[in-house]
Design a protein around this ligand. Structure first.
Ligand code: SF4
Length: 321
């Protein structure tokens, strides 16, 4: 049986103990694809609230004010630092003894977490790294929101011994797909950006989506092969699903989008995992929304059911995830 390098296995090798990623979704952050800087309306499937219930916690204090990287000052910083502390405390309260978790990575998850004044990023990252047992950061972002200032800041943490990951949303390597899904960026310069990130000692995780409109299985596998050829340290793959209040929901209702089936998705995952080198960490192979905002496909309602099927399909091919 071939063992894929899962998050658990990677952290055990790296730190000798269990490490839990603590998801943080800070109010006040947005995305240049939402605020009109590169596009309006965001990706056609984007509904960050449905991915991150934590955003609702302190939402009213923020009055819908959003920050961006061009601001010289951030009037929300104190509120965001409070939000960070509350969410970290909330998520770690169960892990003390029960699960024998030794250390934490703080995962800045929702929206574009490098799209803020550099002083804000420094304050948030410094604070997260100062929490007890935090060994590093994982930061979700876009390829058009990481410049040398951000890399300099993150490299500084690497030099101090922290484990730093940048999680880049790629989704597809096809320009037509990126346009159709309103990503607001193309693939130009992505390989160079990944190389620059890695050269600073920062780990690269690339996200892909399977089941984008008009993409064939061959195209999805080609996206993966291309991303792997860019020497990423990790991948996350998830199926595209339709949630209420998105452009994709309109396409689906108009009969212009057919979601991928669980069987086809699992077939693709099996083929994909055969391509992943031993030292590339596979951080995620599923996704779901366990509430009434999910429109389709219904198999995305329960991640556990999804993963049980995918794991059994992988195992029948001699791959353990
Ligand atoms: S890049 Fe991410 S946060 Fe921005 S619109 Fe797309 S899915 Fe939403």
């Amino acid at each position: 049986m071939r063992l894929l390098l899962t998050v658990g296995r990677y952290f055990k090798q790296r730190f000798g103990c269990k490490v839990r990623k603590i998801p943080i979704s800070l109010n006040g952050f947005t995305c240049p694809n939402i605020d009109g800087t590169v596009a309006k309306g965001g990706c056609i499937y984007c509904k960050n609230e449905s991915f991150s219930p934590s955003l609702a916690l302190n939402k009213k204090d923020f009055n819908n004010f959003k920050i961006n990287s061009k601001m010289s000052e951030n009037p929300l910083l104190e509120l965001q630092l409070k939000d960070l502390k509350e969410q970290f405390t909330h998520h770690t309260r169960f892990y003390k003894d029960e699960f024998n978790i030794g250390k934490y990575m703080v995962y800045f998850q929702s929206f574009t977490n490098t799209y803020a004044p550099i002083s804000t990023l420094k304050a948030l990252y410094d604070t997260a790294l100062s929490y007890k047992n935090v060994v590093g950061l994982s930061i979700g972002t876009r390829v058009d929101c990481v410049d040398d200032k951000v890399l300099d800041l993150l490299e500084g943490y690497v030099k101090q011994g922290s484990e730093i990951w940048l999680e880049y949303g790629i989704q597809s390597i096809y320009e037509d797909s990126l346009k159709l899904t309103n990503r607001g960026h193309g693939m130009e310069g992505v390989e160079e950006l990944f190389a620059k990130t890695s050269a600073r000692g920062i780990k690269v995780c690339a996200h892909l989506i399977y089941g984008l409109p008009n993409e064939s299985p061959d195209m999805m596998l080609t996206s993966l092969k291309t991303i792997l050829s860019y020497k990423v340290h990790s991948i996350k793959i998830h199926p595209l699903y339709v949630v209420k209040g998105t452009m994709l929901a309109n396409m689906y209702k108009a009969g212009n989008y057919t979601p991928i089936t669980l069987e086809s998705y699992a077939d693709l995952i099996v083929e994909s995992m055969k391509l992943v080198p031993e030292d590339v960490m596979v951080q995620r192979l599923s996704a779901g929304v366990h509430d009434e905002s999910l429109i389709a496909p219904k198999w995305c309602f329960d991640k556990n059911v999804q993963m049980k099927y995918i794991r059994s399909r992988l195992r029948s091919e001699g791959i353990d995830y």
